[in-house]
Design a protein around this ligand. Structure first.
Ligand SMILES: CC(C)(COP(=O)(O)OP(=O)(O)OC[C@H]1O[C@@H](n2cnc3c(N)ncnc32)[C@H](O)[C@@H]1OP(=O)(O)O)[C@@H](O)C(=O)NCCC(=O)NCCS
Length: 348
């Protein structure tokens, strides 16, 4: 086995193709009914990783067959407020599991954490791949946050409810105006949008020992460049208070040209002082209404939520979103991880 740092910005086409084959095989395991990601999209995603995420990718090649069989993605965030942590994800092809490859890659992650003075590591496991949780438990990690990808089949959307929420929203138009940004956010609004995005820090983080992200125009630009890579289109609906001109809430969705049947629901947030009045429902209903009218090819909506995010789940559940893929976010101290790595492997 050979571990290599993958030049995610400027690899050659054969390397991007090899990584794409690996990552689609692993994607099909956890998301069997979703289509594969084309190599051009994968390449675009890798090339537009937000610099502040401090991303790197290591791959493992079986020297006998020259096949890429495993990879780890590591993020060493370049953020003063999260300078204590590293995020990682290790994937090994099913046929190569229980042979010590995951552990080998974990050693590389630990080195990177240590070399960058980080003492907390975060990772995830999927509910339909028990090996992930077993691996994380074995290294001494603990569960930090339970989440789900939730899915709405538009055929199941309650249209009467949608009409009710839109009517309720219409009654708010004396106080609030909805507006739309298509694609990249307007430069002149970036400072206000960075402030608005701060609302996302209020999502539940369970036991995770992470800090609020300080959104800045620069970081918003980087995040947008990443999420709009490869021809992805976005709609962001926002609510502005008429009297003050303040942005008070928003919801964003994304459309990939490679998956016209899918709409991805990103951030949705309303500032606390404006909650309980139907603004969140109005934003979500207006977005779905627009998608139904303008994107008839969309069949389902995917979104990620913490299981403890009761207000968001209430809205989503009422609309018809249902659990699709459970995901747990884990955390482990570097000290605990190093102690595990210093032990001899048990069986594998
Ligand atoms: C999790 C995953 C990366 C493990 O890779 P792997 O190459 O099989 O792991 P290793 O063989 O190096 O095993 C490392 C340790 O985890 C334990 N382990 C791994 N899979 C296990 C399982 N299914 N059940 C119980 N223990 C398991 C091993 O016994 C080993 O313990 P040891 O150090 O005492 O010998 C792999 O199953 C995978 O790709 N899963 C899908 C992606 C995922 O869920 N990633 C998890 C987050 S990083």
């Amino acid at each position: 086995m050979e571990i290599n740092l993958f030049d995610h910005q400027a690899a050659d086409d054969a390397a991007y193709a090899a990584y794409n084959t690996l990552s689609n095989t692993l994607r099909a395991e956890r998301l069997p009914d979703l289509p594969p990601i084309p190599v051009v999209e994968q390449k675009g995603r890798l090339q537009s990783m937000p610099p502040f995420m401090g991303y790197s990718l290591f791959t493992v090649t079986d020297k006998h067959t020259q096949t890429m069989i495993a990879a780890t993605e590591v993020s060493v965030p370049q953020m003063a407020e999260n300078a204590h942590m590293v995020q990682f994800m290790i994937h090994v092809l099913p046929a190569y599991r229980r042979q010590g490859t995951g552990r080998l890659l974990l050693g590389r992650v630990a080195e990177l954490a240590q070399g960058n003075g980080r003492h907390l590591l975060l990772s995830s496991s999927y509910g339909n791949i028990p090996a992930g949780a077993a691996f994380l438990e074995r290294m001494g990690a603990s569960r930090g946050l339970e989440t789900h990808t939730n899915r709405l089949n538009l055929a199941d959307l309650d249209r009467n409810l949608l009409a009710d929420w839109l009517a309720h929203g219409a009654a708010l138009t004396t106080e609030f105006a909805l507006g739309l940004w298509v694609g990249p956010y307007p430069e002149e609004e970036l400072a206000n949008i960075a402030q608005l995005m701060d609302v996302m820090n209020q999502q539940p983080r369970g036991e995770l020992k992470t800090a609020d992200i300080q959104f800045t125009p620069e970081r918003v630009r980087e995040l947008q460049a990443a999420s709009l890579s490869g021809g992805v289109e976005s709609w962001t609906l926002y609510a502005r208070e008429r009297q003050t001109g303040e942005l008070v809430g928003y919801t964003a969705v994304y459309f990939s040209p490679n998956r016209p049947e899918q709409m991805s629901q990103g951030d949705t947030g309303v500032f606390p002082a404006y909650r309980g009045r139907g603004l969140g429902r109005w934003l979500k209903a207006a977005m779905l209404d627009k998608a139904l009218r303008e994107r008839p090819e969309v069949q389902y909506v995917l979104t990620g939520n913490a299981d403890s995010n009761a207000p968001m789940l209430k809205i989503n559940h009422d609309l018809g979103f249902r659990p699709y893929l459970p995901q747990t976010i884990w955390q482990v101290d570097l000290e605990t991880l190093l102690a595990y790595l210093h032990q001899a492997p048990s069986t594998s």
